[in-house]
Design a protein around this ligand. Structure first.
Ligand SMILES: *[C@@H]1O[C@H](CO)[C@@H](O)[C@H](O)[C@H]1NC(C)=O
Ligand SMILES: *[C@@H]1O[C@H](CO)[C@@H](O)[C@H](O)[C@H]1NC(C)=O
Length: 227
């Protein structure tokens, strides 16, 4: 890459374009040409570990739930095990990197629905290119904050680099209660039940709105997935 000084002498227009595309407000307000040091001064989010387990406390306009999130990039799979507050057995959202999601219950009344996206699960580097917004204390932790195209706001602990919270544009907030890097769920837990593969798929009405909302989020997040 060209040294910033030679770049500025040779191509002032190009440099101003580069600066205006830059997410660094420091680079925009400084009059001196950026040095390598301050040009890269905005913190960047830690990539997701290739495999992890997180327990998420969710709040969607006051509707509370717990989600066990099992992210497994090498396995090409992602699992959300969702428990709405005081609402019985969990609801499973199992997603494969070929774009197939299975939504099911294992307890009575048993139901399963599948859905198809064009793209697979989030890549570990899906936060690359996020816009840095500065620091904020959330849930009692001092965090660096980024947004990715006004779709998600992501809060990462300044010291430990662990995610503390993320908030979708819908207002759905995830507070990270447990974060276990490298944790992997046993293979047999990833098996969708046999009734997911039978002809008549059960349209469990009580989970219809949850499925619609999750699918809306997945559809509108496809631009985060292909990168
Ligand atoms: C959930 O979020 C709402 C705002 O949407 C807030 O008023 C409420 O206090 C939150 N509840 C909990 C338990 O965090
Ligand atoms: C995607 O992969 C899962 C798990 O192997 C499989 O059950 C599903 O049928 C696949 N979907 C497609 C469209 O091939």
């Amino acid at each position: 890459m060209a040294h910033p000084n030679s770049l500025m002498r040779a191509k002032p227009v190009l440099l101003s374009i580069i600066l205006s595309l830059s997410v660094s407000s420091a680079a925009l307000t400084t009059t001196a040409p950026p040095t390598t040091e301050n040009a890269g001064s905005d913190p960047t989010p830690a990539p997701w570990p290739l495999q992890f387990h997180a327990l998420l406390f969710m709040n969607y306009s006051g509707a509370l739930s717990l989600i066990d999130l099992w992210y497994d990039w090498p396995g090409g799979r992602n699992f959300n095990i969702i428990r709405d507050q005081l609402d019985g057995p969990p609801f499973y959202d199992l997603e494969w990197t070929n774009g197939t999601s299975f939504f099911y219950t294992l307890d009575s009344p048993r139901s399963c629905r599948s859905a198809q996206l064009d793209v697979g699960i989030l890549r570990p580097n899906w936060l690359d290119g996020a816009t840095y917004l500065g620091q904020q204390t959330v849930d009692g932790f001092l965090c660096n904050v980024w947004t990715k195209v006004d779709f998600i706001w992501y809060y990462e602990d300044v010291i430990t680099k662990r995610p503390v919270q993320w908030v979708f544009y819908t207002g759905r907030a995830a507070h990270v209660m447990i974060y276990e890097e490298g944790a992997v769920l046993e293979d047999d837990k990833w098996q969708a039940p046999v009734y997911c593969f039978q002809k008549e798929e059960d349209e469990s009405p009580e989970h219809q709105s949850t499925i619609s909302e999750i699918m809306d989020l997945k559809r509108s997040s496809t631009f985060l997935r292909g990168i």
